[in-house]
Design a protein around this ligand. Structure first.
Ligand code: AHM
Ligand code: MG
Length: 335
């Protein structure tokens, strides 16, 4: 007998947000609309990436250096602008803060009513862009607090608990959007023929322990002795496997699915490490906690860290509970 039923029940992202909140309240409608806008940005970026090598001017560097001191790639700039244009039309977001912009970007026409701020890393793992390997976008949504009269967005300088939603998009063999609004972690896969993100994994849980350790061991010589001790431990014990792609989103996604730990530690010279709190480490910390895992700086729960500035960096140890605790135990032994 020929089956005409659909492969799955085709829950779309916007519907899922409303279902999760079990309401059609104004807040729920806002969140659903915000997630829809993020999904639109993801589709536009995904579309460009899928043919990047064939599109004139899509790859390579712009020639500019961003506030982080990193050379900006054309795709970084493109993706940054995509989020801005998409949210200009939303009415909901007054401020956007991103890795690629020194200061927050204000959308004046949205500001009287737009009470949400979008914080994002438009292209995470930029070194993978020109070689067609997986990259991502990371995002978080926070509610604007106060009127921000001085235009400094100082209310963004708060801990990760202020996030009301967070997630990432991974541009891999398929494009996936993984998000949480505080009711678990859910993954959606883009069906390009429909142009829709369709629910593919609901309530993802990270195992309490996993085999993967994901760290750039080329930095071994720059690390504090405690991190070296942990790596030596891993090298001497059975059951570990190294995986490191150069794109946090990809490495994190593997760990979320299979368990293990991702580490970007500080170095002796730069104790705060490389990754930025507001649009890299805090959103992923929000997700991993929702999935039953943990995120730490080594000495502090990552969600509790208050950034001093927009681009504040933190060390990151994230993944399965037991693996994060083991890394912490090496750090605490030496402090
Ligand atoms: P980016 O957002 O500019 O691409 O930088 C962040 C990336 C992460 O995706 C990745 O985990 C890390 O930097 C890799 O850094 P390194 O090359 O030092 O290992
Ligand atoms: Mg990044």
């Amino acid at each position: 007998v020929e089956e005409h039923s659909l492969d799955r029940d085709c829950t779309t992202l916007s519907r899922h947000v409303l279902q999760q909140l079990k309401s059609f309240s104004a807040d729920a409608q806002d969140l659903s609309a915000l997630m829809n806008r993020i999904a639109l940005a993801a589709k536009i970026i995904s579309r460009r990436l899928s043919r990047a090598d064939l599109v004139e001017g899509a790859l390579g560097f712009t020639g500019n250096v961003n506030v982080q001191g990193e050379s900006v790639k054309k795709m970084d700039a493109y993706a940054n602008d995509v989020f801005i244009s998409v949210f200009k039309q939303s009415g909901l977001v007054c401020r956007l803060a991103s890795e690629e912009m020194e200061k927050p970007y204000y959308i004046p026409e949205n500001c009287p009513i737009g009470r949400y701020s979008l914080i994002y890393d438009p292209i995470d793992g930029s070194s993978n862009v020109d070689i067609n390997l997986n990259i991502g976008s990371i995002f978080a949504i926070r509610r604007q607090q106060g009127d921000d009269i001085d235009g400094e967005a100082t209310d963004l300088l708060q801990d990760g608990h202020q996030q009301i939603a967070a997630g990432y998009v991974i541009y891999g063999p398929s494009t996936m959007l993984v998000y949480s609004i505080g009711t678990g972690v859910h993954a959606f896969t883009l069906d390009p023929s429909l142009g829709e993100f369709i629910l593919s994994q609901e309530n993802m849980q990270v195992p309490d322990h996993g085999p993967v350790y994901s760290v750039n061991e080329g930095n071994f010589w720059q690390w504090d002795e405690s991190i070296r001790d942990y790596i030596r431990y891993v090298h001497r014990h059975e059951g570990y496997t190294a995986r490191y792609s150069g794109a946090l989103v990809g490495d994190f996604h593997r760990i979320l699915c299979q368990g293990g730990v991702f580490i970007y530690p500080g170095t002796v010279k730069k104790p705060e490490g490389k990754l930025r709190l507001l649009y890299e480490t805090a959103p992923l910390a929000f997700l991993i906690e929702q999935a039953g895992g943990r995120a730490s700086t080594g000495t502090e729960n990552l969600m509790d860290v208050v950034p001093e500035k927009l681009h504040t960096r933190t060390p990151l140890i994230i993944g399965s509970k037991e693996d994060v605790a083991l890394v912490e135990s090496f750090i605490q032994e030496r402090t």
